[in-house]
Design a protein around this ligand. Structure first.
Ligand code: HEC
Ligand code: HEC
Ligand code: HEC
Ligand code: HEC
Length: 138
């Protein structure tokens, strides 16, 4: 292969590399998330769709209301930090110390906020009817 061609190829390839990095960054905070973890002792309910972007942009819920890294009882996670799956720390099978079992972590996060907003007389999301969040189990 000629040197010129090789240079051209390198330029084109690194262009692709930048492109794919760009795509990864854009997809960083997804518009929607379908929550469907494995590993529950009893997985009886269908997956849950979260309008991720709407919650942040339209409902004005701060990222840190849902994402956290707890150090000495305080949330030290801030926007820009990497985001881990809830299941990275919350076990689907059991509560560990005071770290909630995975489904309870979601339920407390999602339902508690919706319920508190209803009590405050504000527009809110579901917390009573299971299937307002859970799709039909397949
Ligand atoms: C505000 C939304 C919301 C509501 C309302 C809700 N859940 Fe969930 N629930 C979730 C999320 C999110 C998960 C995590 C799903 C996963 O990890 O697959 C979950 C997980 C579960 C799980 C364990 C995983 C599975 O798929 O079986 C069970 C059981 C469950 N919910 C039962 C219920 C029941 C019963 C109700 C009604 C009394 C209910 N949920 C209402 C959001 C909700
Ligand atoms: C209403 C709660 C909520 C808000 C607000 C929220 N997120 Fe999320 N986010 C989630 C949940 C739930 C997931 C899915 C994680 C899981 O199920 O393990 C998620 C997933 C993500 C992911 C993908 C992680 C992965 O590995 O799949 C990123 C990145 C992310 N959020 C960033 C953000 C940023 C940045 C903000 C603020 C601009 C934000 N989130 C606001 C709840 C929220
Ligand atoms: C890096 C580990 C880690 C990740 C990732 C994580 N958690 Fe937690 N979470 C913890 C720890 C540790 C605690 C216990 C704090 C305490 O009470 O000592 C906790 C506590 C909680 C609580 C109870 C305290 C509170 O804030 O009301 C809820 C609810 C919760 N997590 C939901 C979630 C959800 C939903 C996700 C994913 C969007 C998530 N967690 C991701 C480690 C994590
Ligand atoms: C800190 C508050 C807060 C948390 C946490 C939260 N929500 Fe919501 N949610 C809202 C508000 C506010 C609305 C509706 C506001 C409106 O209609 O103007 C809403 C609406 C919804 C709706 C109905 C409208 C839509 O966009 O789909 C669903 C379903 C929902 N939330 C699911 C979830 C799930 C699942 C979680 C947890 C992973 C969650 N929410 C966590 C505040 C919250």
């Amino acid at each position: 292969m000629s040197k010129k061609l090789l240079t051209l190829l390198t330029v084109v390839l690194s262009g692709f590399l930048f492109l794919s990095v760009g795509i990864l960054v854009a997809a960083d905070a997804p518009d929607e998330v379908v929550i469907e973890n494995k590993g529950y002792a009893k997985d009886t309910k269908g997956p849950v769709k979260l309008t991720h972007k709407k919650h942040h942009a339209d409902y004005k819920v701060a990222c840190a209301e849902c994402h956290h890294v707890i150090k000495d009882g305080k949330n030290v996670w801030k926007e820009g930090d990497k985001v881990q799956k809830c299941s990275a720390c919350h076990n689907p099978e059991k509560k560990e110390g005071n770290v909630l079992k995975l489904n309870n972590a979601y339920h407390n996060n999602c339902k508690d906020c919706h319920k508190a907003l209803e009590e405050a007389g504000k527009p809110t999301g579901p917390f009573k009817k299971c299937n307002d969040c859970h799709q039909k189990a397949s």
